[in-house]
Structures are given as C-alpha cells and as structure tokens.
Design a binder for this molecule. Structure first.
Ligand code: FER
Length: 262
C-alpha cells in the first residue's frame, strides 16, 4: 500500500453496514476452548466462520483482539462483527476468512473484573504473545481448514488489542503479513522497538493499518507510531477519523481493514 497515505481515501462505511440485512447468507459465531500451555488451563475464544463455510475450502485467518475492559466476548457484545462481516460477504467484498476473537489477557482469571489496570492484568496482555503463537494458532490450525503461511494470517485489534497487534505482529513478521491497530493504547512499544529495521519490515508487510479517532486521548500513541513509520518510509495506512476512543471507530476499523486483507 502507499506510504503514509495521502492517497488512501477511506470510504466511510455505508449506512447500514452494521445493521442486520434480510435475505442474506449468514456466517456462524460461537465459543471454542483450547488448551493453553502458556497459562496452564483451558482458555476460551470466539470464532466466526463465514457464510457457506465448508471444511472442503481453505480459509485465511484474522485474529481480532479486544481492549483493556474486555474479554473474548467484547467484540461480539459491542461490535457485532458477524453482522459487519456477513454484510461484506453479501456484497462480495471479503476473501474467505475465519475470524478468531481471543481473550488477550493471558492469565488464570482472564475476566475483565476488579482493577483492570492492575499490573498483573496489564502484564497478561504481554504474556498473550506466547499463548497466541504457541497455543491458540496451533489449535485453530489443527481444527479448522485454514491456510497456515504468513500471507494468510492477519492480526488486528482495538486499543490494548491494537497495541498487542503492533507489538506481536511487527515482532513476528514471519507469522503475520497483515497488521491492523485501531486506537492503539500505551502498551504499544516505542516505534524504534516495533520497527528497528524499517526496510526489512517494509519488505515483509502486506498491510499495516493504523487508525484513531481525532478526539481520542490516546491519539499520541498513534501519532508517534505514524510519524516514525513515515520518517522511515514504512508503507502504512494512517486514518485519523472523526471520533473518540469508542466503538464507531473500532467497527469502522474492522469494516475497512477486513476488506483490504488476503
Ligand atoms: C493506559 C490507558 C489506556 C493503558 C491502557 C489503556 C496500559 C487501554 C485502553 C483500552 O484498551 O481501551 O495507560 O496502559
């Protein structure tokens, strides 16, 4: 994609993009459980399979991460990604993909309860890297008909999950070719650590998406990341949209990002 992107014109998601349409084929969304050697228990994730899903086909996989106040149900409860995705499939605007909604707080009690900013709970968002790479991805790849090379694997998320997507994705480009961060939080590593070798990163990325609402108090994180990427000529899409640290921005992020991947 174009670097820093004066050329990328985000088409605003059309009215109704997040409303259930009648008479279209629907995907399915449900909860799975997988063994986690990282946490030492069984962990939950939600999985969306697209309309017409068939074990005879091969699918790409998007791992879509939640924020600090959420768990594996957050996107489902607040963003209804299955509606957005079903509508995009009805318009033939998405490649065949499975969307996995993990729990990004990798610790024994991974519910968003008590002090969600407690150090051990924030640390668990870092621990999630091992759970994702060594436990969840292998589980998905063993149990769904999915393509397993980096060009068929994407990682995106909102806020804490946006920071995780940048931290984990950019540091594991052998695993992910498509990375999206919607309103990334202060867990986002400094740009020099995210992208120590800009040319190498640029060569490996299929897409790096960064978006944030103009009213978001965490926008300095996106600004700093975007500035570094631009200075070092790392192609990325940067969208500063009207909005706050909130669902309209994140749902639009999913709508826009999912159309561009695979
Ligand atoms: C912080 C402010 C916000 C922070 C995380 C967040 C780890 C996360 C917000 C969200 O996920 O919505 O200082 O530090």
């Amino acid at each position: 994609m174009n670097d820093s992107n004066p050329n990328y014109k985000m088409q605003t998601a059309p009215a109704g993009y997040d409303k259930e349409m009648e008479n279209i084929a629907r995907g399915m969304i449900g909860t799975i459980e997988y063994p986690s050697s990282t946490v030492g228990n069984t962990r939950k994730a939600m999985v969306y399979t697209p309309p017409g899903y068939s074990a005879g086909q091969e699918y790409s996989v998007l791992y879509l991460l939640h924020g600090i106040g959420g768990d594996e149900t957050e996107w489902y409860n607040h963003g209804q990604p299955q509606i957005i995705l079903d509508n995009l499939y009805a318009d033939e605007m998405l490649k065949p993909m499975i969307v996995v909604l993990p729990n990004g707080r990798a610790m024994l009690n991974d519910r968003a309860e008590g002090d969600i900013f407690a150090p051990d709970k924030v640390q668990a968002f870092t621990t999630f890297e091992a759970d994702l790479l060594h436990d969840l991805i292998p589980y998905i790849e063993a149990n769904y008909p999915v393509l397993t090379d980096r060009t068929h694997r994407a990682l995106a998320g909102l806020s804490m999950g946006g920071g995780q997507s940048l931290n984990i994705g950019l540091n594991n480009l052998d695993r992910f070719a498509w990375i999206g961060a919607f309103s990334p939080a202060p867990n986002t590593m400094l740009p020099e650590l995210l992208v120590p070798e800009p040319q190498k990163t640029a060569e490996m990325l299929s897409l790096l998406w960064l978006s944030c609402g103009d009213l978001d108090s965490l926008k300095h994180v996106s600004d700093r990341t975007h500035a570094y990427l631009s200075q070092h000529s790392v192609p990325h899409i940067w969208v500063e949209e009207n909005g706050d640290h909130d669902w309209p921005v994140w749902k639009n992020g999913l709508y826009q990002f999912s159309r561009l991947i695979f």
